[in-house]
Design a protein around this ligand. Structure first.
Ligand code: ADP
Length: 202
């Protein structure tokens, strides 16, 4: 059980409930958690997937690493503690959206099983859908979308995931997408086909 801080009296049970909001939006809420190396394709797929879901009338919110770090989490760095706090806030925000009946598409490297489990525990197991965006390190380095691999190789970035900081692949993701074997459209379609039956209100 989570401990409630002293002098804090949450009123969760007195607020309009998620069920009512899902009914209004005519969908079931979920948090899609896209994990994978930098450059594996999380953000690109999220953009495409969001457009596809929008076309079908689903309400979504993309939560993306650099966007969050430029706003809500702009006071956090990349120490172990700050990475943990980064994910804690993101998971709490994702949970707020889910309780609002929305579908969140979360794009975070989230390199370790423990950090993903941490997010899953905050969001809730039933609402958390882990999706492994898998591309070999060499492919991500070759793409080098943001020039980060080059900087990491030059020693300008320390603790870079996949280079001098580990990436632990999910053991049992709900879905694994190999982006070196698919187009962006195909990758987004695979997730769309998997997720939409879970979003349809019975
Ligand atoms: P991430 O968000 O995981 O750091 P990005 O989405 O920013 O990764 O970058 C992924 C890059 O890989 C983009 O330049 C994208 O066009 C390219 N790419 C090639 N094939 C795919 C695919 N099947 N799915 C997603 N991205 C792909």
């Amino acid at each position: 059980m989570k401990k409630t801080p002293e002098n804090i009296y949450p009123i969760f049970d007195r607020l309009l409930q998620r069920e009512a909001k899902e009914k209004m939006l005519n969908q079931k809420a979920k948090a899609l958690w896209l994990t994978g190396l930098s450059g594996s394709g999380k953000s690109t797929i999220a953009q495409k997937l969001e457009a596809m879901l929008y076309q079908k009338g689903f309400y979504t919110q993309v939560l993306d690493g650099d966007n969050i770090r430029s706003g809500l989490n702009n006071n956090l760095g990349f120490s172990v503690e700050d990475r943990q706090e980064n994910i804690r806030r993101i998971a709490e925000v994702s949970k707020l959206f889910v309780n609002c009946g929305m579908v969140t598409i979360n794009c975070f490297i989230s390199p370790t099983k423990s950090i993903r489990d941490f997010a899953k525990n905050i969001i809730g197991e039933d609402d958390f859908v882990e999706i492994y965006i898998n591309a070999p390190f060499e492919v991500c380095e070759d793409r080098d979308v943001k020039g980060l691999y080059k900087k990491a190789r030059a020693g300008e970035i320390k603790n870079f995931t996949g280079l001098d900081s580990p990436y632990e692949a999910p053991e049992q993701p709900a879905l694994e997408i190999r982006t070196n074997e698919s187009t962006v459209e195909e990758a987004a379609q695979l997730i769309f086909d998997y997720i939409t039956p879970l979003l349809v209100k019975s």
